[in-house]
Ligand binder design. Structure first.
Ligand code: NDP
Ligand code: MG
Ligand code: MG
Length: 330
């Protein structure tokens, strides 16, 4: 494993460079503000009728149209939602990309799956914080950063790695450490993580536990506390101290019960399911389905969202979080 810290980054890596951050959402806002506060010449490229435009202006950023930003910049850092990057790149960016420029991302999706195809005379790089934009900004303001990844897909100028590391440093990532990866590895593992474990896996695990208790006649509020609310406490513990640290913190009863019963729940069948998740990422099945979904304006996605809103875990959970002051009423 190759890991980079502040000391590995050339002090003048971004000297005389203009970075255009395209998009001002979760990552765009945090990364562009951090880079600007670090002294990088940053312009923000946005659509003029969108809601980000005023926000970026109010934050004091140098805001312009996406095409103007692409024209101004040496480095075009694309932080739009992954599913719209291809169209925006082709319609508003591609014609302004000059030889020796750098196209940059925080997720390898559009390059790895061949949706965006820059010419051979530009750098293609990625640096990706391993956390949401809000954390990217707050940790930077606290004088630190969150860990991240860096990858170089194409090095046309010979200094692509230093350019990517320069942005990673200005964003605060090399304070915590940045691991070198490839576009392929980052894209496939990121998608796998969010599908099988982080977003898909954990909601399914929680809901299955919740439903098991409710179906057995226990109060749903009690079931919610035991199977959902306390997840955060355990995960925080694992995040800081690993499994071993967590086992030390819980009771011996919890440790013995957990170690002897967890294989009832996550079985070889579950692992088979995970392998299917991974192979559908690797063979392009997921990419194709997601593209079809976006072509229908997310019709299935809207249906699935609406259906989950009606699930007991969501309605009971919301009532309880409001009653306990954890969530504000709408
Ligand atoms: P967001 O969904 O927060 O991006 C929203 C921004 O995109 C807004 O500024 C919005 O502008 C703009 N936008 C949306 N649609 C359009 C459009 N059709 N034309 C022009 N601008 C548009 O994105 P994220 O920050 O979540 O993700 C950005 C990238 O970072 C992705 O590649 C993602 O995979 C990656 N990433 C995200 C992480 C996260 O925590 N969110 C973590 C690590 C990587 P407007 O206000 O005008 O609509
Ligand atoms: Mg992701
Ligand atoms: Mg307990």
């Amino acid at each position: 494993m190759k890991m980079y810290y502040d000391a590995d980054v050339n002090a003048d890596a971004l000297k005389d460079k203009t970075v255009a951050v395209i998009g001002y959402g979760s990552q765009g806002r945090a990364q562009s503000r951090n880079m600007a506060d670090s002294g990088v010449n940053v312009v923000v490229g946005l659509r003029e009728n969108g809601s980000s435009w005023n926000l970026a202006k109010e934050d004091g950023m140098n805001v312009m149209s996406i095409s103007d930003a692409a024209k101004e910049a040496d480095i075009i850092h694309i932080l739009l939602p992954d599913e719209i990057q291809e169209d925006v790149y082709n319609d508003q960016i591609a014609e302004y990309v000059e030889s020796g420029n750098t196209i940059s991302f925080s997720h390898g999706y559009n390059i790895h799956f061949g949706l965006i195809k820059p010419g051979e005379d530009v750098n293609i790089v990625m640096f990706a914080p391993k956390g949401p934009g809000s954390r990217v900004r707050t940790t930077y303001l606290d004088g630190f950063g969150i860990p991240g990844l860096v990858a170089i897909e194409q090095d046309a100028t010979g200094d692509a790695l230093q350019l990517a590391l320069g942005m990673a440093k200005a964003t605060g990532l090399t304070k915590a450490g940045v691991i070198e990866t490839t576009f392929k590895e980052e894209t496939e593992t990121d998608l796998f993580g969010e599908q099988a474990v982080l977003c898909g896996g954990i909601t399914a695990l929680i809901n299955a536990g919740f439903q098991t208790l409710v179906e057995a006649g226990y109060q749903p509020e009690i079931a919610y506390f035991e199977t959902c609310h306390e997840v955060k406490l355990i995960v925080d513990d694992i995040y800081e101290n690993g499994f071993g640290g967590m086992w030390k913190d819980v009771s011996n009863t919890a440790e013995y019960g957990g170690l002897t019963r967890r294989d009832y729940v996550i079985t070889e069948e579950t692992k088979k399911g995970m392998k299917k998740v991974l192979s559908e990422i690797q063979d392009g099945t997921f990419k194709k389905q997601f593209a079809d979904e976006n072509a229908t304006d997310g019709a299935n996605l809207k249906e699935m969202r609406a259906a989950e809103e009606q699930e007991d875990i969501e309605t009971v959970g919301k009532r309880l979080r409001i009653a306990c002051g954890l969530q504000k009423e709408d």
